[in-house]
Design a protein. Structure first.
Length: 294
C-alpha cells in the first residue's frame, strides 16, 4: 500500500466489551445506556465519520482472557493498531507472562485499574517489581488514577524513570464541581517528569452530564496543554464510556476546537503523532503505512 501522505489520526483510548452485569458492575444506573456489547463493528463507522484512521483498544477487565480477546480483535481488524491490556504485575512469575504477551506485536502497553485501589497499592514492592519489567519488553504503562491519588502516583513514576507512562483522563479532575486545585498544582508537578505523557480523554464523564458546556472543560485542557506541552498530549475518546455524556463525533470536534489555535504540526502531534511515537505504532501494526514524525 502506498505511504499515507496525510497525518495519521489515532484514537489512543477506546474500549470493547461483551457486557455482563457481574463483570461491569461499575456501570451505574446513570450510565445504563452502555450496558450492552460494544464491538469493532460499532466503532468503525464512528471513526470514519470523525476522520480517525486507527485506534488503540484499552482493557476494562483485569484478566488475561480479556487481553487475549482484545489482541484477537486487533488481528481481525487491522485498524485496531494496538492494545493496552492487563497482566498480573504482582505475580512473582509475571515475567513469564510478559514474555508470552510480547510475542504479539499488537500489544503496546499494560494497565491496572489503580483508581479502584488504595494509594498504598502503588507503594507495594511486588507491584513495583512487576512494573519495572515493562521497559524490558517495550511496553507502555497506562496510569489510571483519580486526582487525589496524584501525590502517590508522582512517587511511583519517580521510581520508574526509564518507563514510558501515559496518564489516562488527566487523572480525572473534579470538573463537575469546577475545582482546579489541588489538581492543577499536582498535574503540573507530574508533568515535570519527561517520561510521562497525558491523554486528553475521559473528561465529559467527569463533568455534569446534563448541564456541561465546553467552557466547563476548557480550564482543564489549558492546564494540561501548558503542563505537558503539545508534544506529550494524546487524543483519546474513551468510547463507549464517553457516549453517556457526548457522542463520539461531538467529543472529537470539541478536542479539535480546543487545539485549533496551535500550529498544524502541534495539532497533528496531538491527534496522532504522539500516539504513534509513545506506543510505537509501526507499519506492522496497521494496514495503513505510517510515516512516523521526527
Amino acid at each position: 500500500m502506498a505511504l499515507q501522505t496525510e497525518p495519521l489520526r489515532v484514537d489512543a483510548h477506546q474500549h470493547f466489551w461483551r457486557y455482563s452485569r457481574e463483570e461491569f458492575d461499575w456501570i451505574s444506573d446513570e450510565m445504563a445506556s452502555i450496558r450492552r456489547d460494544f464491538l469493532p463493528g460499532d466503532l468503525l463507522p464512528l471513526l470514519d465519520q470523525a476522520e480517525i484512521d486507527v485506534s488503540i483498544a484499552v482493557q476494562t477487565r483485569q484478566s488475561l482472557e480479556e487481553t487475549n480477546w482484545l489482541l484477537d480483535l486487533a488481528e481481525e481488524d487491522e485498524w485496531i493498531a494496538g492494545v493496552v491490556g492487563w497482566a498480573p504485575l504482582t505475580d512473582p512469575h509475571v515475567e513469564n507472562t510478559l514474555e508470552s504477551l510480547a510475542e504479539n506485536s499488537k500489544l503496546k502497553g499494560l494497565r491496572l485499574i489503580l483508581q479502584a485501589e488504595p494509594d498504598a497499592y502503588m507503594d507495594r514492592a511486588d507491584f513495583n517489581s512487576g512494573l519495572a519489567l515493562l521497559h524490558k519488553y517495550s511496553f507502555v504503562y497506562d496510569l489510571l488514577i483519580h486526582e487525589h491519588q496524584l501525590p502517590t502516583a508522582i512517587r511511583l513514576v519517580d521510581r520508574h524513570t526509564s518507563q514510558r507512562i501515559v496518564l489516562d483522563h488527566l487523572a480525572k479532575p473534579l470538573i463537575a464541581s469546577g475545582q482546579l486545585e489541588p489538581w492543577r498544582t499536582r498535574i503540573r508537578e507530574l508533568a515535570r517528569r519527561p517520561h510521562v505523557s497525558c491523554k486528553l480523554s475521559g473528561m465529559v464523564t467527569e463533568a455534569n452530564f446534563d448541564s456541561r458546556t465546553t467552557d466547563d472543560l476548557r480550564p482543564y485542557v489549558e492546564v494540561a496543554l501548558e503542563a505537558f506541552g503539545p508534544s506529550r498530549i494524546l487524543f483519546g475518546s474513551d468510547w463507549p464510556v464517553c457516549t453517556v455524556a457526548a457522542s463520539y463525533g461531538h467529543w472529537t470536534s470539541v478536542v479539535r476546537d480546543f487545539i485549533a489555535n496551535l500550529s498544524a504540526d502541534e495539532q497533528n502531534a496531538i491527534l496522532g503523532g504522539n500516539a504513534i511515537n509513545v506506543y510505537n505504532l509501526t507499519k506492522s501494526n496497521s494496514s495503513i503505512s505510517i510515516e512516523v514524525p521526527a
